[in-house]
Structure formats: structure tokens, C-alpha cells
Design a protein around this ligand. Structure first.
Ligand SMILES: Nc1ncnc2c1ncn2[C@@H]1O[C@H](COP(=O)(O)OP(=O)(O)O)[C@@H](O)[C@H]1O
Ligand SMILES: [Mg+2]
Length: 261
């Protein structure tokens, strides 16, 4: 592996999490080491139940490690992280109020907050729905609202846990391409969890493969596609080759998991 960046935005050292006690202790995660340098989009793929959400919840400060540590270094009062899993938007707030939510928490003046929220809604093709309530939106539109809300606060680190898992394949591809375009503009340091290899290769500067539970990093690949890239890379031979290489790694972990300990 390459030398770690001297000042990573996110750093995990022997990060370990167990659940329960005694005979019923479940080793969910780690020990895991991870460095994410500023501006890097890191994707993590791993079999289901290997501890991916546990890692993200620790990074988001929602869960404590059992051992080891995870540190996020930020240089400004901007929030360290925004996370969105499933949709995570509020049904009782309008689309605009949902996107403004993080800005309201930061006490951004209302006029500025509205302008920034509208700007993000426009970038995601939702300007006409600013006054609508989420119930009136399709799944893809709801997820765009969640993306707009996360990006509107211009977080120093973006944490995403399978944000597109609930969407159908076509919509998923469209949102991958949108997120690709947006993040190549903002260059926000991102930790993106997915079980889709395609998604990881399209979006990631780096793809990390996690082992079966308790999840550890077992492989690292850098998709060989210079930025700015587009979704067109999906049809290249390099893409197919990397996808099958990653699938081979993942498949053996899925098997490991299927065998009772
Ligand atoms: N709060 C919890 N209490 C007990 N077990 C948990 C809890 N959260 C997660 N787990 C278990 O830890 C393991 C990893 O879960 P998770 O991080 O959600 O995996 P993934 O996101 O990779 O599918 C699973 O076996 C899961 O059942
Ligand atoms: Mg999960």
C-alpha cells in the first residue's frame, strides 16, 4: 500500500466493535485500520453483515468503538459529516425545508439558507418541487432530496451508507452518474459504503474490500480511470476486468460467511 497521507481526514486504528457480552458476544467489526486523505472518495464493499454500517455509525459518532479509535480531523466549524441511509428525509417538512435542515441547525440566516438550498435543488433537478412534501415524490426524487440536503451544508466529510440500495437499477445508474458529477466538482472527502461493485468502481478513487464479519480491510484497488470521469467507463474492458477481480475477492468472503463458525 502507498504511504499514508500525513494528515488524513479520517483515520481508524485497530478499530473494533463487538455487540453483546459473554457467551453471546458478537464480533461485528475489525480490527480495522483506515486512512482517508483529504479530497479522496473512498468506497467500501463487503458482504452483508460484515460490519459496514457499524463502521459508518462509528464514523458518524452514533456508536462507540469497543477498542481502537476513529478520528475525523476537520479544519473549520463545518460539520464533520453528514450521513444518509435509505432516505432519511422528513415527511412533515417541505422539500426546501428538508434541504435547508442542516443549514438551519448551523443557524445560517434564513435568506442565505433558502438560496443555498434552492441552488442544490436546482442542481439536482428538483427546483419545481421546493414546496412539495416528500410523500408526493418518487423514490429517486426523495433520494435526490437526501443528497441535496447532505451537500448543502458543504460537509468536510460525507459519509454514505448504501444510499442507492433501495432504488431500481436504472435509477441507481442515473444517481451514480449525478453523484459522480457533483463530487468531482466539490472534491468532498467521502466514505461511501455499498455492496455494488459497479457503484464502487464508478465513484471511487479507491475501492476497499471488507472481509466477512468481523469486517477487516482485505484488499485495495484504485480504479484506473482519470478524473473527471463519466459513467461511460462502465463499458470499458478495464472496468469489466476490475469488477470481476473484485467479485472474486468478495465471493470468497461471501462463502466464508455462509459456513457456520
Ligand atoms: N445494535 C446491534 N446489536 C447487536 N448486533 C448488531 C447491532 N448492530 C449490528 N449488529 C450485528 O453486527 C453485524 C454487522 O452489522 P452491520 O454493520 O449492520 O453489517 P452490514 O452493514 O455490513 O450489513 C451483524 O451481524 C449485525 O447483526
Ligand atoms: Mg449495512
Amino acid at each position: 500500500m502507498a504511504d499514508p497521507h500525513p494528515d488524513p481526514k479520517l483515520q481508524a486504528r485497530t478499530l473494533t466493535r463487538t455487540f453483546g457480552r459473554g457467551q453471546k458476544t458478537l464480533a461485528a467489526l475489525g480490527p480495522l485500520d483506515l486512512d482517508i486523505p483529504p479530497g479522496e472518495f473512498t468506497c467500501i464493499v463487503g458482504p452483508s453483515g460484515c460490519g459496514k454500517s457499524t463502521l459508518l455509525r462509528i464514523a458518524a459518532g452514533l456508536l462507540r468503538p469497543t477498542q481502537g479509535e476513529l478520528r475525523i480531523r476537520t479544519s473549520s466549524p463545518r460539520p464533520a459529516a453528514m450521513i444518509f441511509q435509505d432516505y432519511g428525509i422528513y415527511d412533515w417538512k417541505t422539500v426546501l425545508a428538508n434541504v435547508r435542515f442542516g443549514l438551519d441547525i448551523q443557524r445560517t440566516p434564513r435568506a442565505e439558507a433558502n438560496a443555498r438550498a434552492m441552488d442544490w435543488l436546482t442542481r439536482l433537478g428538483l427546483a419545481d418541487f421546493a414546496d412539495a412534501y416528500p410523500a408526493a415524490l418518487s423514490g429517486g426524487m426523495r433520494q435526490r432530496v437526501a443528497i441535496a440536503r447532505a451537500l448543502a451544508v458543504e460537509p468536510e466529510i460525507l459519509l454514505m451508507d448504501e444510499p442507492f440500495a433501495a432504488l431500481d437499477a436504472q435509477l441507481r445508474t442515473i444517481l451514480q452518474d449525478e453523484l459522480l458529477a457533483l463530487t468531482q466538482t466539490t472534491r468532498t472527502t467521502t466514505l461511501f459504503i455499498t455492496h455494488s461493485l459497479e457503484e464502487a468502481i464508478v465513484l471511487g478513487d479507491r475501492v476497499l474490500v471488507m472481509s466477512a464479519r468481523p469486517g477487516r480491510i482485505i484488499a485495495e484497488r484504485r480504479p484506473p480511470f482519470p478524473r473527471p470521469r463519466t459513467g461511460d467507463i462502465r463499458t470499458t474492458a478495464e472496468f469489466t476486468a476490475l469488477k470481476s477481480e473484485l467479485w472474486d475477492l468478495l465471493r470468497s468472503e461471501v462463502r466464508t460467511e455462509a459456513v457456520p463458525a
